[in-house]
Design a binder for this molecule. Sequence first.
Ligand code: GDP
Length: 535
Amino acid sequence: MLMQTETKPADTKSDPVARRRTFAIISHPDAGKTTLTEKLLLFGGAIQLAGEVKAKRNRVSTRSDWMGIEKERGISVVTSVMTFEYGDCVFNLLDTPGHEDFSEDTYRTLTAVDSAVMVIDAAKGIEARTRKLFEVCRLRDIPIVTFVNKLDREARDPFELLDEIEKVLALDVAPVTWPIGRGRNFAGTYDLGNGRVRRLDAADDAGTVPVTGIEDPLFDQLLTENGEAATWREEAELAETGLKPFDLQAFREGHLTPVFFGSALRNFGVRDLIDGLARFAPPPRGQDADKRLVEPTEPKMTGFVFKIQANMDPNHRDRIAFMRVCSGRLNRGMKAKLVRTGKPMSLSAPQFFFAQDRAIADEAFAGDVVGIPNHGTLRIGDTLTEGEEIVFRGVPSFAPEILRRIKLTDAMKAKKLKEALQQMGEEGVVQVFRPHDGSQAIVGVVGALQLDVLKERLQAEYGLPIDYEPTRFSICRWITADKESDLDKFIGSHGSALASDLDGAPVFMATTAFSLRYEEERAPDVRFSDIKDYQ
Ligand code: GDP
């Protein structure tokens, strides 16, 4: 049930920060993320024709249609951002790859959002990947809005679905709308707070009609099967009175999710969802840097890079760094400082991305994601400021689950390979480890498809044919210690199992979980970590 008084938006009309909503959609493959993205963009007026996002998959030439592997497998490998306006708000929708082999990319993207929409297939409930992505959101206290999709098909009982969300995710639920029938009897939704009905047969999801409450005869008209209306009334009453009311604070803290029911394919319920995002989803939040919390309303520009994308346009061999603006105002042409190197960088052509196009951004505010074209200057995790020496935390690197040694067929190209791997590592395509014993580089990935992407890109972009060889190592961990001497001692005595990552940080590689445990026990002063924040 909705408490209208609690949901008054901030001054979204005039304040550029208050009107930003930066979010991602999380779901299990096939739940309807692409379809929903399409419909959201349609509402935003960002695209004229639904189906344009999908076109990405159908190989109609679009900007993400650049890589053979993506074509062959029909998967979207890239993460991108789509900016659109709706009502008083500017939405930045950050797309995440659907395939779990690219989950690292998704995790990094989730560091750049302020909220997420969780799409659930009404017939399936919470599926494995939804659950995993939800856990990532929870770690970062990202508030979740739930969209129960595919109500136009055979669906599970809504109470059962809500119960599953509560139990499996340990998340309170507050339905905002309630389905009127489901499957072939799906007739629309009832807005529990407003007492209004959105009819499935109304034109283009536009208007709602007022009702006097659940007793209204409209429900008898909509639910015509024997006894259906009576059962529905009982359920709706229970939903209205028995479930938790919406509580903005609990939502913003990540304890409660407002739930919308609909059908992305039928473009139904999407407007309620987007209105809900405008009303409840938080504007850009403060971001943690090493020295302090940076508030979005601070006047000086700061931002961090969470994604690098190469070859977005086959005609221009450019490399785009996606930066989330954390504070201040980014002006085209301004000089920023790249904190990692201390060097200035001119932001001469920052870009906004829309469904299909990109355009030069003259200015951007906290919450916005801009693409910065560069030739390898920027890497994932980089912080840009107007001079301040701070580094944003939290773009993580996860210990890879698969390790492979690179086999180069042409030994003359070793130097070129080294450079190419450096680039690929900086883009986050794979992780690159250089063994201390001088042997060929080891690459680490979370999902096997990343290996295919690397191989294909090395061939296509650098003319480097490579293969992979198994290595005796199966696990790697970043190692640190409070006392440098402890770390040096460990490194000194484990030379052949040590490597350095891109930043030169030491990494211990173990052959089995057993041997890792053994080493951990023998070196209590050394910390073995499976997550590393960039920087
Ligand atoms: P994604 O893998 O999560 O991006 O899912 P898609 O958006 O590609 O949808 C997967 C399939 O479900 C496609 O065939 C869609 O047409 C279909 N689909 C998506 N939303 C709905 C819906 O609301 N109702 C029905 N019946 N099918 C849907």
